[in-house]
Design a protein around this ligand. Structure first.
Ligand code: NDP
Length: 389
């Protein structure tokens, strides 16, 4: 029987890798909904090729173009936040959550409320509202499968294991574009330099977040929320080759590493076929040719984002929502040329300080309303801090 599939963020890097896998086995899937943002040509072309029921753009001002591109095909076209949520409630067996940023939270929650299986690339959902997301999944007997390569690696290392036997989880980091730069040069890093990842081919935002290590910071919080471990059980190590994606250390001293090529189609394919394993079109590693794998500790001075993530994990509550929103605003500021590379972490730090001083981010319940309110407030404060510079 064909599986019904929906892809949120279909026009992005993860979305396109997902579509690549689906197109290799078209008889196995019925595509329900594809969603995108401003890349209407890609969205319409994929919707036609995959014969989707509906294509949704997040932006109302793109709807006319989408309708025109789909005219005569019988494929529905829709736009806006509500249309994204409606798309998530259309019955589907498997839904890819690959919108970038906090905008991915609501469609993901809607999908879980239907009891769907959610393949979660959108790490921001777990960072901003991890307890809410996981509780919604539990309440509706829905399944959340990790797609981030590190979390997929941990998930795979834990198959057949008892989480109680886990001593530590080690998340590897490539170190990003500036891992070998002299520290004093970092303040001069340009947008083009930060947008060039040494190992992975990803969307621009996550690539810049890799250079600043904000991506790894989000992943540390994601690890805590997804696997339910404590902050002191989570470690990170720089591994420039990006071949070991994560390691799980057990109480008997064993360390299980997941090793594979830096190709997101592995983690996406694992989630797509879970609990089976099927053939995937990814490179088979030649270990003798690779020769050596190297590791080093991350330097605090180079990666202040890691310290901020530790504070967020210790604080809990709504601090993840504030952290992510401040980071997104700071990233927009860097992309727009409002602030320099190093100032991103300073803006996030100052935003969190301000919010802590103003109100409690700790004890507020993690409801959708509170998360959205905190997200909004953190963006306003980060914006004020950026403008005051
Ligand atoms: P991209 O920027 O490549 O794609 C983002 C997708 O989201 C696009 O389809 C984009 O549409 C859409 N989008 C952008 N803004 C909005 C919005 N406000 N509302 C609805 N849709 C929107 O991102 P990636 O594919 O790189 O990343 C997606 C998610 O997966 C992120 O959370 C990222 O952290 C995570 N991830 C990515 C990895 C990777 O290898 N790329 C690895 C692990 C996790 P359009 O382009 O049409 O405007």
């Amino acid at each position: 029987m064909k599986r019904k599939i929906t892809i949120f963020g279909a026009t992005g890097s993860i979305g396109q890798n997902t579509i690549d896998l689906i197109r290799r086995a078209p008889d196995d899937y019925d595509v329900v909904a594809l969603t995108g943002g401003r890349n209407i040509a890609q969205l319409a072309s994929d919707a036609k090729a995959l014969r989707a029921e509906i294509a949704v753009t997040a932006y109302d001002d793109c709807l006319a173009d989408l309708k025109q591109a789909l005219a005569g095909t019988g494929i529905e076209a829709a736009s806006g936040e509500q249309a994204l949520e409606d798309a998530a409630t259309r019955p589907a067996d498997w839904i890819m959550s690959a919108i970038v940023g906090a905008a991915g939270l609501k469609p993901g929650l809607c999908a879980l409320e239907q009891g769907s299986t959610l393949a979660l690339a959108n790490k921001e959902s777990l960072v901003t509202a991890g307890p809410l997301l996981m509780e919604t999944a539990r309440r509706n007997s829905a399944t959340v499968l990790p797609v981030d390569s590190e979390h997929s690696a941990v998930f795979q290392a834990l198959v057949g294991e008892d989480i109680a036997a886990v001593e530590r989880i080690i998340i590897t980091a490539s170190g990003g574009a500036f891992r070998d730069w002299p520290l004093e040069k970092l303040s001069k890093a340009t947008l083009a330099q930060a947008s060039n990842h040494p190992n992975w081919d990803m969307g621009q935002r996550i690539t810049i977040d890799s250079a600043s290590m904000f991506n790894k910071s989000l992943e540390l919080i994601e690890t805590k929320e997804f696997f339910g471990v404590t902050p002191d059980q989570i470690e990170t190590v720089i591994h420039p080759e990006s071949l070991i994606h994560a390691l799980v250390g057990f109480r008997d001293g064993a360390l299980m590493a997941h090793i594979g090529p830096p190709d997101m189609r592995h983690a996406i394919g694992f989630a797509l076929h879970w609990p089976d394993r099927k053939h995937l079109p990814v490179e088979r590693l030649d270990l003798a040719r690779i020769g050596a794998l190297t590791f080093r500790a991350p330097e605090d001075a180079r990666y202040p984002a890691l310290r901020l993530a530790r504070n967020v994990m210790e604080t809990g509550g709504l601090s993840g929502a504030a952290f992510n929103a401040a980071k997104e605003r700071a990233l927009d500021g860097f992309i727009a040329g409002e602030i320099g590379f190093l100032q991103m972490a300073q803006v996030v730090d100052a935003t969190l300080d301000k919010l802590f001083a103003e109100q409690s981010l700790i004890n507020n319940e993690i409801s959708l309303d509170n998360v959205l309110q905190t997200d909004h407030l953190a963006r306003v404060r980060a914006d004020e801090i950026i403008r005051a510079r």
